[in-house]
Ligand binder design. Structure first.
Ligand code: AKG
Ligand code: FE2
Length: 241
């Protein structure tokens, strides 16, 4: 159960960092499972495969009680999801590192809207330092998306990508006017960032020598079709916080 101060932080900033949320035994079990799956070790870069396919950690990140309790607390039983996407960013020392210019909102990978994302959670299998392929986010940008969809409710379906403004600014429509500069989620293995589904975010280049293995859990609303029909004035209308 997160306390009032944590909840207020999440609401204000669109994210909340929970250091050490995943216990060390679980992280260490995940590390063994991951490298066993690949048939190599972290100190054998010559054997690292290009792609990581078919790996799922046990226990599944987004289905761990500590996360399902938070989803329950935040969604009042209306958030559905969890699971675990695994996204590995191998070191790419040929590229110079720079902060991404823009990000994206999940839920819009192709045409239209797959589902309105309510909440995401990300953790790392190994520590990630600056420039090491961190998850990058625009603090507080969930408010920009809320204001945007209040103004143009129909565009929740993804048609914001069919506007002249999009031609000029792309995903910058959700981050250019943010009060704060983007930040890297620099973290130890097992630290978790909880993020609002409308927090503008991006991957980033891994210019360090350690692989960035990210675990992603996502929750949508049980009535996804229903919540798309209108955008409430209160940004927390569909939440129980
Ligand atoms: O790799 C990352 O840190 C971000 C990935 C991402 O945004 C996504 O998979 O939707
Ligand atoms: Fe994303």
């Amino acid at each position: 159960m997160l306390d009032q101060e944590q909840v207020e932080n999440f609401k204000r900033n669109g994210h909340l960092i929970l250091r050490g949320l995943i216990d060390e035994e679980t992280v260490s079990a995940w590390q063994s499972q991951f490298w066993d799956h690949l048939g190599c070790r972290i100190d054998q870069p010559e054997k690292w495969p290009e792609k990581v396919e078919g790996f799922q950690p046990s226990p599944l990140f987004g289905s761990m009680p500590v996360l399902t309790f938070i989803a329950e607390q935040f969604g009042g039983g209306n958030f559905n999801g969890g699971g675990c996407g695994v996204l590995t960013r191998w070191p790419d020392t040929n590229q110079s590192w720079s902060m991404p210019d823009t990000g994206h909102l999940d839920g819009y990978p192709g045409e239209g809207c797959q589902a309105v994302l309510m909440m995401g959670a990300t953790t790392y299998l190994h520590d990630v330092e600056s420039k090491g392929g961190a998850y990058v986010y625009w603090p507080g940008s969930h408010d920009i998306a809320h204001r945007y969809f209040r103004k143009y409710p129909g565009r929740i379906e993804g048609t914001f990508r069919e506007t002249p403004e999009w031609e000029k600014r792309g995903w910058g429509i959700f981050s250019d006017d943010n009060n704060e500069a983007p930040k890297e989620f620099v973290a130890k293995a097992g630290d978790v960032i909880l993020w609002h589904g409308w927090l503008c975010h991006s991957g980033s280049t891994n210019a360090n020598s350690s692989p960035r293995v990210g675990f992603f859990a996502r929750w949508v609303h049980n009535d996804d079709a229903g919540i798309r029909k209108s955008i409430p004035e209160d940004p927390w209308h569909h939440w129980s916080i």
